[in-house]
Ligand binder design. Structure first.
Ligand code: DI6
Ligand code: FE
Length: 411
């Protein structure tokens, strides 16, 4: 079989390869070829090798073709809804009122504990389908609404089940240190013992954990407790990331950087020392404009300082029922521009090349380069910057997962 025998070829497209810093990596009037699920050739269509053969040829009809989008921070597996709390708060109820009624994050924990594995999967699939309709090909999913071994296991199994049910690659993250479960009230250290000594080793041994996260916050876990979780992760050889500096500066970004963390996420209250530590370690800043918007936060993440320090910025939905009930990565990209003053190029890089790095899969995904997985999306837009422009539009016309084309909307 010669080098130029391909499984599939897309012609008549413009590529935004996202390879090479500071540009879309545009190749106009281009073609892209796939073999064995990987990108085998990219370039100008006029430069296609004369002797090439492809089993299938797709006419891209002048569309722009980008790497498949990557949502690198979600809590998309959960049961129940918190729309009642949203409405109660807009009718004047306080957070305390809601917490007294067993609301807030604990209402999601109760609903998730009560749901069967299949019910949890069925509740989650429509949210994932909404992301997939917008060209998402890789998705990170966290546990953290179980807070006991059995329910954390159930969440992670459902996350793996999503990859078996739909055309998407899933990276799982263990977030046992998300909140203190009611049965451990006043005993945070004992709960961290359980997370480090039982939950994480058991779930990692079952192959359910790709990375480890924690909620390092006054209302979550302290930096010292987070460090214990990271030590446990490293003993098991697992990479770490962190919910850091969302509501206050706990030094979380510097902490996760010391552990060579893949990402520090949220970062509204990030300090200059935190930025310097992230730059040194190459830790990606994952910015989450949906939570900023939904919480009506006013403190902006330090985007210009991150840029100046050369810290890569990713964008994600943070899809969760409490602070970011959002299933549109394109909208998150738009909000990153309008709310955080990121550029459309930074927003697209944030949902492709930098999101891949935040998941530790930069060698496999995130750009259109020969040898990487053939995950890409075709868009009916005039220019790639248009992807961050519309509020609620979806110009996706086709998605390719591992070289296999599909409709954006899937049943
Ligand atoms: N940060 C958040 O914004 C969410 N979790 C976290 O660590 C909140 C989760 C929820 O309220 O359900
Ligand atoms: Fe989150």
């Amino acid at each position: 079989m010669s080098d130029t025998y391909w499984d599939a070829l897309w012609t008549n497209v413009h590529l935004a390869t996202m390879a090479g810093p500071g540009s879309y990596g545009e190749i106009r009037d281009a073609a892209i070829a796939v073999r064995d699920g990987r990108i085998a050739w990219t370039g100008r269509q006029s430069e296609l090798p004369a002797e090439h053969r492809a089993a299938a040829v797709h006419d891209g009809k002048g569309c722009w073709l980008t790497p498949g989008l990557i949502d690198c921070h979600t809590h998309i597996v959960y049961a129940g809804s918190r729309s009642d709390e949203f409405e109660a708060r807009l009718n004047g109820a306080s957070y305390e009122d809601i917490a007294k009624r067993g609301g807030g994050i604990m209402s999601t924990v109760h609903a998730t504990r009560a749901a069967s594995e299949d019910a949890l999967l069925q509740a989650s699939l429509p949210r994932v389908r909404a992301l997939l309709a917008e060209g998402v090909t890789t998705l990170e999913i966290k546990s953290g609404y179980g807070l006991d071994t059995g329910t954390e296991r159930k969440m992670l199994r459902v996350a793996r089940g999503i990859q078996s049910s739909l055309p998407v690659r899933v990276r799982t993250t263990f977030l046992g240190a998300h909140a203190l479960p009611p049965e451990f009230a006043g005993q945070a250290e004992r709960y961290v013992d359980l997370v480090c000594e039982q939950m994480l080793p058991a779930l990692a041994a079952e192959g359910l954990v790709d990375a480890v996260d924690a909620f390092c916050e006054k209302i979550g876990f302290s930096a010292a407790q987070t460090q214990r979780v990271f030590d446990a992760a490293h003993r098991l050889g697992l990479p770490v990331k962190l919910h850091a500096e969302q509501l206050s500066d706990q030094g979380g970004a510097a902490l996760v950087s010391r552990f060579n963390g893949m990402s520090a996420d949220h970062l509204e209250y990030l300090s200059q020392e935190g930025i310097a530590a992230m730059a040194r370690a190459g830790t990606v800043a994952v910015l989450l404009p949906g939570a900023f918007y939904f919480l009506r936060e006013t403190r902006l993440p330090p985007v210009q300082a991150l840029r100046d320090a050369g810290v890569a910025m990713a964008i994600a939905t943070d899809c969760n029922p409490g602070t970011s009930p959002m299933t549109s990565l394109l909208l998150a990209m738009n909000m990153a521009c309008t709310l955080f003053r990121m550029t459309p190029l930074e927003a697209l890089a944030g949902a492709t090349v930098h999101a891949a790095r935040a998941l530790g899969i930069g060698g496999e995904a995130g750009t259109l380069e020969v040898g990487k997985r053939a995950d890409f999306a075709l868009w009916e837009v005039e220019r790639p910057g248009e992807l961050a422009y519309a509020i609620g539009g979806n110009p996706c016309v086709s998605v390719v997962n591992g070289g296999v084309a599909r409709e954006p909307r899937i049943a």
